[in-house]
Design a protein around this ligand. Structure first.
Ligand code: SF4
Length: 344
């Protein structure tokens, strides 16, 4: 299997030649008391991350080996502690509901403290360099896409099995032994506390994929550095108006491009753009242009699988499949953008 040029570190982790990022944050000792304020925990996190970046660089350049397991709390544990506190006034995504999910208050996504998942399996239908991919599909979502193909689990977070961190960590280890190249957390935005608790229980080396709409908050963005190896990221729209109309989210471009810019500097990106019918000039063109100008060294997947699911019939302009002409025009936009690693 030849891996894409811009997913080099992912390849090294998938083939066990380098440790996943979480193994490094788990090796950085940080002394903290869970009882202190959130501000104090963040201060410790900032200094711990400086050490993490030095260790990551040294390991990747071969000048240092991963420290054997440490006895006390680690930088990774500190991330988990911060997420647990954030749950009391939830700002996991830019809806920033501020509700206490520990008391089972529900915000925009309607997910409480407990995460649930609809399925976990070895997925063979993802991009070639990902398969087999151990995919864990969470329920609930922070978007309300009118054309959502997973609307049954996205709109009903109470469906599915309780995501027990220990149990899922064991299933990831089993899937790794069965040949999984990665663990692929799907729709993780309302669930970072659960995802990190799962990863914290892992005893194997495996690349972590954050398969997401990239609408997580600034705070979660900082916590994901040192945990996520690859962002399998959607860039759905090229402007805020369409995002508001079809997915009911505000400030889409600012939030998502901000998160993509950070992801570009601290991990690797496989970006998906699903071409929407009638949205070539308002969405595909500006999205492709932004990527080519700001995060050019990524793997880019131009997708034509749009189908008018769920409530698409309420939007006549979206109630159809793409035409051959639209597909051809979208391909031309990507080819002429200068992006080097494109999957059609
Ligand atoms: S994850 Fe986002 S939508 Fe859900 S409660 Fe938290 S801030 Fe609100």
């Amino acid at each position: 299997m030849k891996y894409p040029v811009f997913l080099r570190r992912y390849e090294m982790v998938a083939t066990n030649k380098l440790p996943a990022r979480y193994m490094i944050t788990r090796s950085v000792p940080v002394s903290f008391d869970k009882g202190v304020s959130l501000e104090e925990l963040w201060e410790m996190h900032h200094s711990g991350m400086e050490e993490y970046r030095l260790v990551l660089r040294s390991i990747d350049t071969g000048t240092y080996s991963l420290r054997p397991s440490i006895s006390g709390p680690s930088l990774f544990d500190l991330k988990v502690a911060i997420l647990e506190k954030m749950l009391e006034s939830c700002c996991f995504c830019e809806h920033r509901c501020g509700i206490n999910r520990k008391y089972n208050e529900k915000g925009y996504c309607r997910v409480g403290a407990v995460s649930r998942y609809a399925s976990e399996f070895l997925h063979r239908g993802e991009e070639p360099e990902l398969v087999p991919s151990h995919t864990i599909f969470f329920t609930g979502c922070v978007f309300s896409c009118a054309y959502c193909q997973n609307w049954d689990i996205a709109t009903h977070p109470e469906k599915g099995k309780i995501a027990d961190p220990m149990e899922l960590a064991r299933s990831i280890e089993i899937r790794r032994r069965q040949g999984a190249r990665n663990v692929n957390f799907v729709t993780p935005t309302p669930h970072p506390h659960t995802v990190l608790n799962i990863i914290g229980n892992l005893s194997v080396n495996i690349p972590v994929i954050w398969n997401s709409n990239m609408y997580h908050s600034q705070e979660v963005k900082e916590l994901l550095e040192g945990v996520v190896d690859m962002y399998l990221a959607d860039l759905k729209y090229g402007n805020d108006r369409c995002a508001e109309k079809y997915s009911k989210v505000h400030d889409y471009m600012q939030v998502v491009t901000g998160n993509l810019t950070t992801a570009y500097s601290d991990a690797e990106i496989l970006l998906r753009h699903l071409v929407l019918p009638g949205h070539l000039h308002c969405c595909t063109m500006p999205a492709v242009k932004w990527v080519a100008e700001n995060i050019p060294h990524i793997r880019f997947n131009l997708m034509f699988q749009y189908n008018p699911h769920y409530l698409a019939h309420m939007y006549p302009e979206m109630n159809r499949q793409l035409t051959a002409e639209e597909m051809e025009k979208a391909m031309h936009m990507v080819i002429s953008s200068g992006l080097e690693d494109v999957l059609f």
